[in-house]
Design a protein around this ligand. Sequence first.
Ligand code: PLP
Length: 396
Amino acid sequence: MDKKFIYADNAATTQVSEEVLEAMMPYFRTEYGNASSIYELGRNAQLAIEKSREKVAAAIGADPSEIYFTSCGSESDNWAIKGICERLAPKGKKHIITSVFEHHAILHTCQDLEKKGFEVTYLPISPDGFVDPEDVKKAIREETAIVSIMFANNEIGTIQPIDKIAEICREKKVVFHTDAVQAVGHVDIDVHKSGIDLLSLSGHKIHAQKGVGAIYVRKGLSLPNLIHGGAQERNKRAGTENVPAIVGLGRAIEIACANIPEKAAKVTAMRNRLIDGILKIERTRLNGSRENRLPGNCNISIEGIEGESLLLMLDMFGICASSGSACTSGSLDPSHVLLALGLKHEVAHGSLRLSIDENFTDEDIEYILETVPKVVERLRAMSPLWEKLIKGEDIK
Ligand code: PLP
């Protein structure tokens, strides 16, 4: 029998879809022109970029002139925060508001700015994984340059009250950025309706390739360049455009945003089966609220086991999963997101994130639900920590 292979780590990255690959292919070999060249081959490349820009804009309720392509979600995050801080610092605005459970693309950017004299307020999250808009309101001061709160968290999937936060920022006349890398394609987004000033997105979370992203910059908001050089992207972002990747992103976002409610209903039902099934294992807990959660996200702490061992054993059964965010899985530190929820270190260590998508089947869910309890039982049988836990001993 063939070994099973189940990819349940779509929050880390996704497989490039057939449709996306097909859309990209001509731009490698036939339409390979430089989009800055004036002959037809170049003009075709520029045309393809503009078509893709229209698709990205349509997917999030923006105008095409408000979209710039970047190399990834991290670049978009860096650009938003560093750009606004650079522009507003001379006016005495050297304060940033963000939250403790942002992706490192935001947290490390803020930490870098702290070294350069900016002050950062890291807002806490509630035990079920939400930033309180009232906290944002209270933290805003005269010197606040930007508020950056993620649309949906990459580890626990909680969808933040973005409209409310955007409204507060608008009232207080503070720029509002949201990292929507995990939300785009899963949640309906309308930047104009929500009053968002800046939004980051990335291709590889929605079945486009790695290494392409975009930023939405509200019309009228001036954002200094992050990358200097040629006149690409209307003089705002230098570097010869990665035409196949940009075309792929356009096709991917078009597909991902075409039928969000229908897709979300299907994925949420499967996700709930997963959550309910895994929670039947004793001493487990769901991390993050079940309501206002990304459809495909399941994050559960399993006491008495090490996340790393769990992932390795699941891999032996053909299941790809994650224990924290992909970027930190090389580290043994517990996830900053789970710690922010108030979990103890040893409980945070034993977490399992399964991120599924619309390509999942009931059989895939069944297989995971058969495998996880088996693996947990084996690991607990070998774990001195588990022995202490069931004896009720203090595990510190
Ligand atoms: N922001 C969030 C919430 C993410 O989940 C990720 C990737 O995991 C990023 C930013 C970074 O995106 P990229 O990998 O395209 O740089």
